[in-house]
Design a protein around this ligand. Sequence first.
Ligand code: PRP
Length: 210
Amino acid sequence: MNEMLNVALPKGRLGEKAYDLFERAGYDCPELREVNRRLTFENEEKGVRYFWVKPSDVAIYVERGAADIGVAGRDILLEYAPDVYELLDLGIGNCRMCVAGPKNLRDDHTGVLRVATKFPNIARRFYAGRSREIDVIHLNGSIELAPILGLSDVIVDIVETGKTLAENGLCVLEEIEPVSARLIANKAHYKFKGAAVDTLRERLFGVVNA
Ligand code: PRP
């Protein structure tokens, strides 16, 4: 019997790129490109079912087994540390987790540094490693506004092209870690769907490294 693989894809540009890789690896699902608002798609013949989920939720779907595998940014894996297998670097969604702030910022290491971010755990870990006391301001988007309006001293955020920073008069102060999209798998499901997951991983590996 052809066992269906349930795949959580991050809705948006990264998900489109990820689906391109799956398609080239032989796991196409033509409807996915045609229908706009639907969230689930399947191609029984290819043994695959896709779900569009919010990018930051992919790891939750996979960790809890609602999806067997998924595509999640390394930023999300670092932030939430989900209990999943990380199977492959897909080489897409390449960016950097950085500390950024005003060009002229000089941290004299006195007082508490105010850090605005969507990634409080990454920020806390980074500054704990340097024994720097910080006040984390947890925001959900438009992080670059925080230092401009005096809400924070710096931000911890992903930088892709650097355009958002440049257009807001900010710059990278320090790089924390490179980030890219990863193929992840549910640990328990990997035990009974391991063969199908391994085949998919090998095919994707071939496409990514072509
Ligand atoms: C991300 C990130 C930066 C921007 C970086 O934001 O938080 O703001 O992209 O990209 P760049 O270096 O190419 O300019 P996103 O687009 O996810 O929007 P958000 O502000 O709602 O989080």
